[in-house]
Write a protein of this length. Structure first.
Ligand code: 2IP
Ligand code: CA
Ligand code: CA
Length: 377
């Protein structure tokens, strides 16, 4: 398992490189955006963009992880399908080929014959993950690769990624929108129980290199299994919650009734809004908010699996909001699981976190939130 964490950190950094390359090349970026249609459409948005970067990143991760851990290969799933349609209406199945040249030739067909762009992408995809620096010494966990499955969101907060607004991040401060909300999310779960056990988050656009070398990223990771709980993030410093009051982060599209109930609990200044499901959970992990509440089924297994593992590693979790009214909030049965599709659903909805969610660090805070929302939904 230490080997798996090491590999996931490297492939997440490769993924971040692809995300950055795609934005750096303006003509390439124009070619990348396509609208989702049909059953895969995230119903929440009128326009939901699927980018070639998404598809390429997901396939690249699947390829690199499958090569080193063949036992997991068939259990690596993600948001995207690997079918991509080019400007000529031709459908191409995007895969990582045997050589960089072959991949470039395949990508050129998706990029309407733009060989320069295709070669740039192929180069990033074929980088040997072992040439990427990784300096962590992860814990050893008694699990076999054959027991594990993986959820990938190649780029979360695609709309922020496409819009591309650059923000300078202040330390200990939540920045509601911008490129920094775009995250690569790779979560590992136990196939038999659906429990999230390892998560890697890469934030490709964390800060600009002061020497003018472009964007630099940041990574976060966590492992939680049995009595092993290790995370790259430590508990937040600064004033305690008792001193400053409970804070909650929401989607700007959250229901009014939820906003009102939480305003009563936290006060108007402690209610915050931010883009990206992954970024909001990362804010909870970092202590920029105490919890993230979502009353709708607009996130999916690939959004929550990785950051959920980090929260568990620091003593928190992510519960299914619709289950919390019946069970005690500390009941493990209310924690989201990752192995079973929703019955009577098709397309992306098979894997939606249908009942909404609450991501938290502290279970007594979770109880207060659940109490505040009781009978409101
Ligand atoms: C989206 C993305 C959105 C989020 C939505 C996710 O994933 O994280 O930002 O909505 O729930 O499914 P919101 O920002 O309102 O929370 P993607 O960008 O991968 O489609
Ligand atoms: Ca997502
Ligand atoms: Ca995505």
């Amino acid at each position: 398992m230490a080997d798996l964490l090491d590999l996931l950190l490297r492939v997440a950094e490769k993924a971040a490189n692809v995300a950055r390359v795609c934005r750096q090349e303006a003509p390439l970026f124009q070619l990348l955006v396509q609208e989702k249609t049909g059953a895969d459409k995230n119903k929440k948005f009128v326009q939901d963009f699927k980018t070639l970067a998404d598809v390429v990143i997901q396939e690249m991760i699947r390829h690199d992880v499958g090569a080193q851990f063949p036992e997991i290969a068939a259990f690596i799933k993600g948001e995207e399908s690997n079918k991509f349609e080019n400007g000529l209406g031709e459908s191409v199945t995007v895969t990582v080929c045997g050589t960089e040249e072959e991949t470039a030739t395949l990508l050129a067909t998706v990029l309407d014959g733009d060989h320069t762009a295709a070669s740039l992408l192929a180069k990033a995809i074929h980088q040997d993950p072992h040439t990427i620096e990784s300096s962590i010494d992860g814990p050893t966990v008694p699990l076999n690769p054959s027991e594990l499955g993986i959820w990938i969101d190649p780029i979360d907060a695609t709309s922020q990624y496409i819009e591309g607004r650059e923000e300078v991040l202040e330390e200990n401060h939540l920045s509601p929108s911008g490129l920094h909300c775009a995250l690569v999310l790779i979560g590992v779960y136990v196939r038999s129980t659906g429990q999230p056990v390892m998560g890697v988050i890469n934030q490709p656009f964390h800060h600009k290199d002061p020497a003018g070398g472009g964007w630099r990223g940041k990574h976060y990771w966590g492992v939680s299994y049995g009595n092993i709980h290790v995370c790259s993030e430590s508990p937040p410093k600064g004033p305690t919650e008792a001193e400053r009051g409970l804070s909650v982060v929401l989607s700007s599209s959250e229901k009014t009734v939820v906003k009102e109930a939480l305003t009563s609990l936290c006060g108007p200044d402690r209610l915050m809004y931010a883009s990206g499901a992954g970024y909001k959970i990362l804010c909870v992990i970092q202590g920029l908010a105490d919890a993230y509440v979502l009353s709708e089924g607009s996130t999916f297994k690939w959004d929550s699996c990785a950051p959920h593992a980090l929260l568990r590693a620091i003593g928190g979790g992510v519960v299914d909001l619709s289950l919390t009214s019946n069970c005690g909030a500390q009941d493990q049965k209310t924690e989201l699981t990752y192995h079973q599709p929703n019955a009577d659903c098709t397309g992306a909805d098979l894997w939606a976190n249908r009942g909404g969610l609450v991501a938290y660090r502290d279970s007594s805070q979770l109880q207060r939130i659940i109490q505040a929302l009781k009978d409101k939904l």
